[in-house]
Design a protein around this ligand. Structure first.
Ligand SMILES: [Zn+2]
Length: 220
C-alpha cells in the first residue's frame, strides 16, 4: 500500500483519529444506562407514592411519563458526558501521540518530516477540537429511553406487586381497617383501607382533604 504524496486533499481514511474500542463504547453506554435506570427507578417510585393513586391506570401512566420527561430535562446538562470515549480516543489520545512524535492514529514512532505514517497512512496533523454538537444529545435521549424503560419498569413492578399484596391483605380481612406504608423507596406514602371508606392511598399531591376544611386568611 503506497500512500499518495501529501499534497492530496485529506481523505476520510487518513483522518488522524484512532477508532474507539468497541468494549469501551459499550461499557460506557452500559454504565450510563445503569445510572439513568437508578435515577428513574427513584423518580417513578417517588411519583407513584406522591400521586396517591392506587393501581397503574392510564391517568397514572400519563402523569408518570410527564414527570419522567420533566426530570429527564433536569439532567440534560450531563448529555455531553455520553461523548467521553470520543473525547479521550479521538481528541486527547491523538494530540498526546502527536506531541510525543508518534502517529496520531496508530501510535507508531515517526521522524519529524514524515508526511504519512508508513504503518497506517495517517497524516501527522492535529485532530479537530471537540465541539458540542447535537450528537451527544441524541445519544443521551436514546440512553435515557433505555434508563426509563429499565428503572421505571422495575419501580412499577415493585409498586404494582406491593399494591397487589395489599389488596390481597384487605380481601383476606375485609372487616377491619388496614394501614401500612408502601414498599421502599415510596415508603413515605401509605396504603389504607377501611370497611366504611374503602381503599385509599395517601400521597402528597392528592391527599384526601379533611371534610369541612376551607382555605382561610393567613394568621400571624
Ligand atoms: Zn499510523
Amino acid at each position: 500500500m503506497t500512500p499518495m504524496p501529501s499534497s492530496e486533499e485529506p481523505s476520510g481514511e487518513t483522518d488522524p483519529t484512532p477508532p474507539i474500542p468497541v468494549g469501551v463504547s459499550l461499557a460506557w453506554d452500559g454504565t450510563l444506562v445503569v445510572a439513568l435506570a437508578v435515577y428513574f427507578f427513584f423518580v417513578h417510585s417517588f411519583t407513584r407514592g406522591l400521586l396517591g393513586d392506587l393501581g397503574f391506570t392510564a391517568g397514572v401512566a400519563i402523569k408518570g411519563i410527564v414527570v419522567m420527561i420533566v426530570l429527564a430535562g433536569f439532567i440534560l446538562w450531563v448529555a455531553p458526558i455520553t461523548d467521553l470515549p470520543r473525547i479521550i480516543w479521538q481528541h486527547r489520545l491523538p494530540e498526546r501521540r502527536l506531541a510525543r512524535g508518534e502517529c496520531p492514529r496508530c501510535g507508531q514512532r515517526q521522524s519529524p518530516d514524515t508526511a504519512r505514517c508508513p504503518e497506517c497512512g495517517g497524516r501527522p496533523v492535529r485532530p479537530p477540537r471537540w465541539e458540542l454538537s447535537a450528537r451527544p444529545f441524541f445519544r443521551f435521549a436514546v440512553l435515557t429511553a433505555a434508563g426509563i424503560a429499565i428503572g421505571g419498569g422495575i419501580a412499577e413492578g415493585r409498586i404494582s406487586s406491593d399494591e397487589g399484596a395489599f389488596l390481597a391483605e384487605v380481601a383476606a380481612n375485609p372487616d377491619r381497617s388496614h394501614d401500612r406504608h408502601r414498599v421502599w423507596p415510596a415508603d413515605f406514602a401509605r396504603l389504607q383501607s377501611d370497611p366504611d371508606r374503602g381503599l385509599q392511598a395517601t400521597g402528597v399531591i392528592e391527599s384526601p382533604q379533611e371534610a369541612g376544611w376551607r382555605p382561610g386568611p393567613a394568621r400571624r
